[in-house]
Design a protein around this ligand. Sequence first.
Ligand SMILES: Cc1cc2nc3c(=O)[nH]c(=O)nc-3n(C[C@H](O)[C@H](O)[C@H](O)COP(=O)(O)OP(=O)(O)OC[C@H]3O[C@@H](n4cnc5c(N)ncnc54)[C@H](O)[C@@H]3O)c2cc1C
Length: 432
Amino acid sequence: MNQADTGTRAAVVGAGVVGVTAALALQQRGLSVTVLDPQGPGEGASSGNAGFLATELIDPLSTPTMLRKAPRLWLDPHGAVALPLRYLPKLLPWLARFIAAARPAQVTQGRQALAALNGAAVAAWRRCLADIGAEEELVASGYLLVWESDRGRVEARRQMEHLQRWGYEVEWLEAEQLRTREPGLSRRLSHGLFFPNAHQVRDPLVLVRRLAQAFEARGGEIRRARVERLVPASNGVTLKTPEGNLTFDQVVVAAGAWSHHLAKSLDLEVPLETERGYHLTLPGRGQALRQPVGSAERRCVMTPMSCGLRVVGFTELGGLSLAPVKRRYASLCRHTGRLLADATGLDAPTEWMGFRPTLPDSLPVIDTHPDYPTIHFAFGHQHLGLTQAAITAELVTALVMGERPALDLEPYRVTRFRRSDGQEQGERRHVS
Ligand SMILES: Cc1cc2nc3c(=O)[nH]c(=O)nc-3n(C[C@H](O)[C@H](O)[C@H](O)COP(=O)(O)OP(=O)(O)OC[C@H]3O[C@@H](n4cnc5c(N)ncnc54)[C@H](O)[C@@H]3O)c2cc1C
C-alpha cells in the first residue's frame, strides 16, 4: 500500500533483488521511483542463485579456519575455490584485505553484523511479500546440511553448537533419520544437521519479476539504461546515461558487483570483488528434494524450485569479464550425481554463471555518501543478497527518508575502507 505522494523523485540504479526491493520500499513511502538497468529485472546475480534464505550463514567468509582450508579447496580439481591465474595480479590487493579480515576481533564484529541482518531477514521478506500479495513465493522449507564422511562429525557438532549459541534451532540427524527426512538423497550419507526454521523462495527470478510487476503496477518506472556516472547537482543528482541525463532528488546505487565503478565516480574507493558462482538447473526435477540441501564437504547447495532442481557452487575469484569456465559445470554434475539417490536429468541441465558482489569483510554497504546526502548505497551482499534484500531495502529507505534505521548501520559504512591515497574516507562525513 502506498503512502501519499511526497513529490520526491528517486532513482534506483540496478534492478537486481536488492534494487527492486528498495524501489518498492521507497515507492511505498510515497516517492516517485525510477529503476535504471540495462538488463531486465533480476537478470543479474539475482536470477541464478540457490533461492535459499541462508540466515544461518553468520560467519564472515574470511576466518582463520577458512584460510586454513582454502589451499586444499583450491588445489582439488573439483574444489569449491578457484583463482584463475590470469586474474590473480588484479586480485592481490583485495586478497590481502580479505586475509587481513580474518583477525579474530574483526571476525567477531563481522559475525555480529551479519547476524543482525540475517536475524531480521525473514520478517522483512514477509512484510515485503505481504505488501504485494505474493506471500506464496516464500516457502518455510527447512534446510539440511549433510556430510558424506564420518570424519565430518566433529565439524558438524561444532557447527551445531555454535549456531545454537546464536539462537538457531538445529537438529542432529544420523544416516537413518536423514533418509526419512529426505528420501531423495543418496544412501551414502553419514549424518546431517536440520534447520527446521529455514526458508527458500520458489524461484528467485520469478520473485524479482513479481516484485517488479507490482512496482510498475503502482506507477513505478523501469528504464533499460546503463548509468555511466552520478553527478551531484544543486537540485539533486544527475545520472549520466548513453541516452541522456536524468536528474532525481535522491538516488540509491544497488548495482551489485558493478557498484564500485559508480562509487568511484563519487570519489569513493570501495574494494568490491566478485565471487563468480555457477549453477545447473535440472528442469523437471523440482520434486527431487523436499528442501534445500547443502553439502558441507562439496560446498554446493541443491534447491528444489518451480523451475527444476538447482545446484549451485563455486567461489571463483575471476572478475567480471572472463568467460565462464566450462569444467565447473562438470564438477557440479559430479557432485550432484554423488549426492542424489536418482541422478535423472543430469544429462540435460541448463548452465549459468553469475557475480556475487563481495567486500573483503563480507559485509554489505548500506549507507549514505559522506559528502552528498542525496546519494545512498545498497550493495555487496556476497552469498546473502537474496536473504538480506528485503531488510536492506527497509534500511536504505530509512536513510533516504532521513529516519533512524531499525539497525545500527555503522558496520556497513561505505567509508570503512581507506582511500587509495591512504586518507581515511569519511573524514569529511556530512552530518545530516
Ligand atoms: C551461484 C550463486 C548462488 C547464490 N545463492 C544464494 C542464496 O541461496 N541465497 C542468497 O541469499 N544469496 C545467494 N547468492 C547471492 C545473491 O544472488 C546476490 O548476493 C544477489 O543476487 C545480489 O543482488 P544485487 O541486486 O545486489 O545484484 P544483481 O542481481 O547482480 O543486480 C545488479 C544489477 O545492477 C545492474 N547494473 C550494473 N551496473 C549498472 C549500471 N552502471 N547502471 C545500471 N544498472 C547497472 C546489473 O545489470 C544488474 O541487473 C548466490 C549467488 C550466486 C552467484
